[in-house]
Design a protein around this ligand. Structure first.
Ligand code: NAD
Ligand code: TYD
Length: 339
């Protein structure tokens, strides 16, 4: 079995590569990644020398490069993690989100058609469903919830999902889609809530909470997401969408306070800043379908996962300090300087 993993130098894609190489030592895994600001080759250093692993630096929008790779490797399965993934960046500059997330997905699927792959899996997000009200805890996203997006990021991901389903219906491409809630864990880029708060707290910098801090996200440990994708590509039905989430809703402010507590830091660093434009209120996944059909259940409880994650950031300071010492400084100043 040969799998192309796009975006494998990023947060979830790298964790997925580690999972697959460990669980299926006879599989060949090729990582196709453009190495944008969010991609980091050092993340993959423990697998770079494996004979059944290959890293290729390329853009998923580059048709010639993508076709050449497919010609060389004749993959069975393609799992598409490659994306621009940060909502705040999409609000500042939507163009690259449309390019990578929509055009890139279509380019990959054209290659999948040409080379007759067995499965194209699109890693999507619960954000395609928009948000839920804070005062209706009885409501959850199911696979039948209408697409209703808020940000340029979620709109670009929803557009890609529609194209994936269109390629299934029109060309019979064997596709599947997973829509997962917020992930956390090792190698999470420090612009996102949990790693940003850990890094800032460790550097005694303000902890910027948007708006009231009452927005709710549904957190899943990254390994549980990787296991769900593993199940879907091996046993999931073609043409289907599977929601992935572990019923672990928390307000942002509770997450930030928990990080302070775990790090034995005072909450005085918490600083409320102006809200994100169009800020989604609440995400909450109903994972009944993937549980009933594929037997998936989350294995890591949040209380354990957040401890493991914080310990990882303590043990791997060099990884994130290198990131926040570079170009990221300019981003941080632009996004938080006058907030
Ligand atoms: P990330 O930003 O950490 O990593 C994205 C990776 O894609 C990087 O390695 C980057 O270099 C690569 N990439 C970007 N543009 C590319 C291009 N044009 N060609 C090739 N490679 C390119 O993202 P992540 O958090 O790991 O998310 C991975 C996927 O999972 C995304 O599709 C995202 O929409 C989805 N997702 C993320 C979450 C989450 O909580 N992080 C939740 C649900 C779904
Ligand atoms: P984020 O990690 O960007 O994920 P997403 O927006 O895709 O869910 O943000 C998670 C939540 O945390 C979201 O409600 C915005 C909020 N947030 C802050 O309050 N402060 C921050 O500095 C960041 C990055 C996010």
């Amino acid at each position: 079995m040969t799998i192309i993993v796009t975006g494998g130098a990023g947060f979830i894609g790298s964790n997925f590569i580690f999972h697959i190489l460990k669980k299926y030592p006879d599989y060949r895994v090729i990582c196709l990644d453009k190495l944008t600001y969010a991609g980091n080759l050092s993340t993959l250093k423990s697998v770079l020398d494996k004979p059944n692993f290959r890293f290729v630096k390329a853009d998923i929008c580059d048709r010639a490069a993508v076709y050449q790779l497919f010609e060389e490797e004749k993959p069975d399965v393609v799992v598409n993690f490659a994306a621009e993934s940060h909502v705040d960046r999409s609000i500042e500059d939507p163009g690259i989100f449309l390019q990578t997330n929509i055009i890139g997905t279509a380019t990959l699927m054209d290659a999948c058609r040409k080379y007759k792959i067995k499965r194209f899996h699109q890693v999507s997000t619960d954000e395609v469903y928009g948000d839920l009200p804070l005062d209706r805890p009885d409501l959850f996203f199911t696979e039948n919830t209408p697409i209703h997006t808020s940000s340029p990021y979620s709109s670009s991901k929803a557009s890609a999902d529609l194209l994936v389903l269109a390629y299934y219906r029109t060309y019979g491409l064997p596709v599947s889609i997973s829509r997962c809630s917020n992930n956390y864990g090792p190698y999470h880029f420090p612009e996102k809530l949990i790693p940003l708060m850990i890094a800032n707290a460790l550097n005694h910098k303000p902890l910027p909470v948007y708006g009231t801090g009452e927005n709710v996200r549904d957190w899943l440990y990254v390994e549980d997401h990787c296991k769900a994708i593993d199940l879907i590509i091996h046993k999931g039905r073609v043409g289907e969408v599977y929601n992935v989430g572990g019923h672990n809703e928390m307000t942002n402010i509770d997450i930030v306070k928990l990080i302070c507590k775990e790090l034995h830091m005072s909450e005085s660093l918490i600083t409320y800043v102006s809200d994100r434009k169009g800020h989604d209120l609440r995400y909450a996944i109903d994972p009944t379908k993937i549980h009933n059909e594929l037997g998936w259940l989350p294995e890591t409880k949040f209380a354990d996962g957040i401890k493991k994650t914080i310990q990882w950031y303590l043990d791997n300071r060099e990884w994130w300090e290198t990131i926040i010492s570079g170009e990221y400084q300019n981003y941080y100043e632009k996004m938080y300087g006058n907030r």
